[in-house]
Design a protein around this ligand. Structure first.
Ligand SMILES: NC(=O)c1ccc[n+]([C@@H]2O[C@H](COP(=O)([O-])OP(=O)(O)OC[C@H]3O[C@@H](n4cnc5c(N)ncnc54)[C@H](OP(=O)(O)O)[C@@H]3O)[C@@H](O)[C@H]2O)c1
Length: 344
């Protein structure tokens, strides 16, 4: 286990890039109210602090998130704008105000979604274009086929898959190089360690860890379901409910105690654990706030000694975390769970 500082960059889509990107989803929905001016200031602060990887999706705020990122990109001088590696996604189709979704990977849909994302982002090419969720009605080869056509046409720089299974990843990569897999991964969500993470590592495919702060649960401000805004999706998270919520909160308190012993915040420790545990993984913590952004980036300066890494591993091992990571509607199109992986 490494006890050296996190390298300044890691490979992603043909670039060497800061290991922490910025997850932009919460700037549009899912985690309570947001303020565009504050979000734009946070995007600028991230760029100024060296972050170059910005993660969005067409479904976040039903286009709002991509438009917001487009507004930010337009404030940058053209040469600086080219430094930003914007990743977006297609495939989750929702009605306004609804969490429930259907998944669409049909080639005609992918083409239309790509054109719409290009327009909203105001770019000529999407640096990294992910299939957000797999649609079992559409053969994987057809999805890779249309994505590789988009690469040939210059609309997309590199392709990726979110929440894909290891077998599908290998098949897709054999057909066209897959630049990245994006799946949930954090101290409290380790199921990717069984198959997808090792498969990505073996293939030389980057692994991008989403929700690396456990949707704020691994910070010093863990959400309690009852206190969240009515439209905050975490109200329905099984891991925040009832006995599971109480048991998980005890884990969070222990994490906070470990962080306190080190004179650090929980978020920085959770991210430092991730970056040290997985030397080929990049993470995209999400925040709307500059203060949180700075706390999160501090993880790259932090070296957790091996006994602390072991302590955290043991604290959050699979049997300890209670409850599934998604409510039922959230499982649509998720492939990567190995058998039994749904129960935490
Ligand atoms: N591929 C997929 O299916 C998928 C699914 C989910 C997310 N994602 C991507 O991954 C990104 C990150 O995941 P996420 O946003 O779901 O979860 P996350 O990064 O684990 O946590 C984000 C939450 O933590 C809070 N937070 C961040 N830093 C904090 C700090 N230092 N102290 C206290 N609270 C802090 C944020 O609130 P504030 O805004 O108030 O800081 C927000 O509520 C998303 O933005 C999105 O781009 C992808």
């Amino acid at each position: 286990m490494s006890s050296t500082p996190t390298p300044a960059t890691r490979p992603l889509a043909g670039r060497q890039i800061h290991p922490l990107g910025l997850g932009c989803m919460g700037m549009s929905e899912f985690y309570g109210p947001s303020d565009d001016a504050e979000s734009l200031a946070t995007l600028q602060a991230a760029f100024d602090l060296g972050v170059r990887h910005f993660d969005t999706a067409d479904t976040y705020g039903l286009g709002h998130n991509e438009e917001l990122l487009g507004r930010f990109l337009r404030t940058l001088a053209p040469a600086r704008r080219d430094e930003a590696l914007v990743a977006t996604k297609f495939g989750i189709v929702r009605a306004p105000g609804r969490y429930e979704r259907r998944i669409d990977n049909s080639p005609a849909y992918v083409r239309a979604a790509c054109d719409a994302s290009l327009r909203r982002l105001g770019v000529e090419r999407i640096a990294l274009y992910y299939c957000h969720r797999r649609d079992p009605q559409v053969p994987l080869a057809d999805v890779v086929g249309v994505l590789s056509d988009l690469v040939r046409e210059g609309k997309v720089g590199a392709i990726g898959f979110s929440e894909i299974g290891a077998d599908s990843l290998r098949a897709a990569h054999a057909q066209h190089p897959v630049a990245a897999v994006q799946s949930e991964y954090s101290l409290w969500e380790r199921s990717a360690e069984a198959e997808v993470l090792p498969a990505a590592r073996a293939l030389g495919v980057a692994f991008v860890a989403y929700s690396p702060l456990g949707r704020a649960f691994l910070t010093d401000q863990p959400p309690a379901a009852r206190d969240l805004a009515a439209d905050d999706f975490r109200r329905a998270l099984p891991r925040l409910q009832g006995e599971a919520g109480a048991a998980n909160l005890r884990l969070q308190q222990t994490l906070a105690a470990v962080a306190g012993r080190l004179g650090q915040g929980s978020a920085a420790v959770a991210l430092a654990w991730l970056l040290q545990r997985q030397p080929h993984v990049l993470a995209i913590p999400g925040t709307r706030r500059q203060g949180h952004l700075r706390q999160n980036l501090a993880a790259c300066e932090l070296v957790l000694p091996p006994p602390v890494m072991d302590e955290l591993d043991a604290l959050f091992h699979a049997g300890q975390v209670q409850g599934e990571r998604y409510p039922q509607a959230g499982w649509a199109g998720i492939e990567h769970q190995p058998s039994g992986g749904r129960a935490a």
